[in-house]
Design a protein around this ligand. Structure first.
Ligand SMILES: *Cc1c(COP(=O)(O)O)cnc(C)c1O
Length: 455
């Protein structure tokens, strides 16, 4: 019903705004609640559990603010992401900095602000030696990222624990493990250990193996230093998302149970825990809604030319096998589209042939003026736009359903496409304005029109 309301309320229009993104606020809150509940057992033992949200998955200030309300901090990996987290009011104590390429001034700033950080490599640790008083505690919690080299998941580009991954200290390289243990012995202020073994495409078992390797290394380091020097394990994020149906599988709870079974020591109250989930918290809450501008055919293949393409679904367009998306068909009024299905391509507005969000997909035959919804796009889609063809970023709107239409069984999700009842209402709140043509000109050197001519 959110789709129909978005069309009725003019969020998607024929001329100025043929595409918009919708975020289901209740779904975000529920995902946050499910994450907290999954790790309740550790909190009950008196250990600190700090969940953080990987900002790159949905780099939007109101989203970070909503999650902070839900007790979820921010994992940031650039000065821009840190600025967003601060603008959202995420407390420094609930922020973790993980960039693989931190400059000296970024490191200094994080320490001054009291933001936890994880060093990526020996050179970064050496820089920190110059910023932290030897012998004293660090001004903020500092950890080291390790790569347990447990292997690759289904998507190479998402697998961060291969033998040659660019992240962290590769533990199985000759001498590396001994080097890490020594690094902790020499630096009493190094109190955390971090690993993030991959994102979408990683089997849960492999993720749990990564956590086991991290835990065992922490035990070895604490034995070597003769005290509980490492007090917190940062387990990263990476819970995969089911892009094939409305179900949220695997669940945070399933993952936490597997962790507890594989690495019981993680949950016995000796270590604080940090998590950094991104995709799993937001993906299901988002829908990209776009108008069908034309319906044509080529070589016998029907093609719906829509306003959602590579500018909003970069990964799906360039690596369609790794990132398939469900496409929902709606009519001109935003109601579910019925009728005979036909295999068709769903194309975007970009000027290159591969700009397709679905190929040969069975859908009710789309016509000009209809709408398509790209489902499960709350993470890594509209918040990571691609500046091709100077297409604007779409507006992003959070929605809540009040009255009789509430609850999943009545189809409050944007993708469910059911009509609202007379006593239910969908309320939209702007999360990000659509980018204007003036913004595009400004971002494209508009202020320097004559710069080259005068050079
Ligand atoms: C990207 C990233 C995450 C989040 O990954 P998801 O697959 O979105 O959960 C967590 N930690 C680090 C270090 C990351 O780079």
């Amino acid at each position: 019903m959110a789709v129909r309301a978005a069309v009725e309320q003019g969020l998607v229009t024929e001329d100025r705004h043929p595409i918009a993104a919708l975020l289901d606020v209740q779904a975000i809150r529920e995902a946050a609640g499910a994450l907290r509940a999954a790790f309740d057992g550790v909190s009950a033992l008196g250990q600190s559990v700090q969940h953080t949200f990987a900002v790159k998955a949905a780099s939007l200030v109101p989203v970070l603010r909503l999650l902070a309300d839900e007790g979820i901090g921010a994992e940031v990996a650039s000065p821009g992401e840190l600025a967003l987290a601060r603008a959202a009011g995420v407390p420094a104590g609930q922020t973790v900095l993980d960039s693989p390429a931190k400059t000296v001034s970024e490191l200094r700033e994080a320490l001054v602000l009291g933001i936890a950080l994880n060093a990526d490599n020996p050179e970064e640790l050496a820089r920190l030696d110059g910023l932290i008083t030897p012998g004293g505690p660090a001004p903020s919690p500092v950890g080291l990222r390790v790569n347990p080299q447990i292997g690759e998941g289904a998507i190479g580009a998402m697998s961060t624990a291969t033998a040659t991954s660019k992240f962290g200290v590769a533990l199985h390289d000759p001498g590396a493990r001994e080097w890490v243990v020594r690094a902790y012995r020499e630096r009493p202020w190094l109190t955390r250990l971090h690993s993030h073994v991959g994102s979408q495409g990683m089997p849960l078992e492999l993720m749990a193996e990564g956590a086991r390797a991290t835990y065992e290394l922490a035990e070895e380091i604490n034995a070597a230093t003769g005290r509980r020097q490492i007090d917190t394990l940062d387990l990263g994020g990476g819970l995969p998302v089911n892009f094939g149906s409305d179900e949220m599988t695997p669940s945070f709870d399933e993952y936490a149970r597997l962790l507890a079974a594989t690495v019981p020591g993680l949950f016995d109250g000796r270590y604080g825990i940090v998590t950094e989930f991104g995709r799993a918290l937001l993906a299901k809450a988002g829908t990209v809604l776009a108008r069908v501008e034309y319906a044509k055919s080529a070589g016998g293949r029907p093609i719906a030319v829509t306003h959602a393409g590579a500018q909003i679904a970069v990964r799906t367009v360039f690596t369609p096998d790794a990132w398939p998306l469900r496409v929902a068909a709606y009519d001109a009024g935003g109601g579910p589209k019925h009728g005979d299905e036909a295999a068709q391509d769903v194309a975007g507005p970009c000027c290159f042939a591969g700009d397709l969000v679905a190929r040969d997909r069975m859908l009710p035959r789309l016509e000009a003026g209809d709408h398509v919804g790209l489902l499960d796009t709350g993470a890594y889609y509209f918040s990571n736009p691609f500046g091709y063809n100077s297409l604007p970023w779409p507006g992003v709107y959070g929605f809540t359903v009040s009255g009789g239409g509430q609850g999943p069984e009545s189809g409050s999700g944007a993708g469910s496409g059911r009509a609202g009842t007379a006593d239910s209402a969908v309320n939209f709140a702007p999360v990000r304005e659509p980018q204007s043509l003036a913004d595009i000109v400004e971002g494209s050197g508009g202020a320097h029109r004559d710069a080259l001519r005068d050079a």
